[in-house]
Design a binder for this molecule. Structure first.
Ligand SMILES: NC(=O)c1ccc[n+]([C@@H]2O[C@H](COP(=O)([O-])OP(=O)(O)OC[C@H]3O[C@@H](n4cnc5c(N)ncnc54)[C@H](OP(=O)(O)O)[C@@H]3O)[C@@H](O)[C@H]2O)c1
Length: 258
């Protein structure tokens, strides 16, 4: 299948490691020009060299996407380097695991900011450029715990990831006439070197073996590439009739029927 992504311009927010980096690599492999951003300059530069190995032009922007002017800065950089924007992927996210009764306003603000406001703000800033390009594709990385209950301690994460799915649906309705598709991807537990599941596997191999047995019917964690390739497909013309959808990528970890 030809995804027809050659020379499309993609902005991936939160792409110096993990799922975001894999998404940038996958898009690059398909011929996209990619702008990646993250806060740590050194990690971002390393990531850019991996992405360049995957394909073509890659630029970086050291940026905290929770900053109020982050969207404008991303647009300015992408347009000056590549002249257009066709794809936005909002990948960076965070978690604050604690009982709801113990959560504070600052916990809520911080995680709402990175999981929701930042991607709302950045994608909103990019819409005019997508309209100029004649359309585009926006994908937010949510979670299976935006679709169903994650359990105790996950009130903030669950609520913010559900909000992202809601936002994408309404954006998809409003932007359909502009040829802009908006979707979310809901990964299950994804293990990559240095990621949180990787750390937990090192620290508690027996506990994690039990977790796999009880929660992951395919007997393993997912990997970042398995999420990234779905995002590349959703970003492509091959997914032209998919908008407002939330695609689960979890090896049947979640229990929701829809
Ligand atoms: N891993 C999983 O099992 C899993 C499962 C379901 C859903 N998800 C979701 O998938 C997404 C990616 O998760 P992940 O585990 O790969 O990594 P992550 O820890 O969410 O994000 C890593 C990337 O985002 C950047 N980042 C974080 N905060 C940022 C900020 N304020 N501004 C700009 N960049 C920022 C990080 O670089 P810097 O720290 O240098 O900024 C890094 O490049 C998240 O939304 C997460 O909730 C993950």
């Amino acid at each position: 299948m030809n995804l027809e992504l050659k020379d499309k311009v993609a902005v991936v927010a939160g792409a110096s490691r993990g799922i975001g980096l894999s998404i940038a690599q996958s898009l690059s492999r398909e011929g996209c020009k990619v702008l990646i951003c993250a806060r740590n300059a050194e990690t971002l530069d390393n990531a850019a060299s991996f992405v360049r190995e995957s394909g073509g032009d890659t630029e970086t922007l050291v940026l905290d996407i929770t900053d109020k002017n982050a969207g404008a800065l991303l647009v300015e950089k992408a347009l000056s380097d590549f002249g257009q924007i066709d794809i936005y992927v909002g990948s960076a996210g965070g978690n604050r695991r604690k009982p709801f009764a113990d959560t504070t306003d600052s916990d809520w603000h911080e995680i709402m900011d990175i999981n929701f406001h930042a991607h709302a703000r950045c994608s909103r800033a990019i819409i005019p450029a997508m309209r100029d390009a004649g359309g585009g594709a926006i994908t937010f990385i949510s979670s299976i715990f935006g679709r169903e209950a994650g359990g105790p301690g996950l009130s903030i994460y669950n609520a913010t990831k559900s909000a992202l799915i809601s936002l994408a649906k309404i954006m998809a309705i409003e932007l359909g006439a502009d040829g802009i598709r908006v979707n979310t991807v809901a990964p299950g537990s994804i293990r990559y070197p240095g990621g949180s599941w990787d750390r937990r596997c090192m620290e508690d191999p027996e506990g994690m073996a039990k977790f796999i047995q009880e929660n992951l019917p395919m007997g393993r964690f997912g990997n970042a590439e398995e999420v990234a390739d779905v995002v590349a497909f959703l970003s492509s013309a091959r997914a032209s009739w998919i908008s407002g959808a939330c695609i689960t990528v979890d090896g049947v970890q979640s229990r929701s029927l829809i």
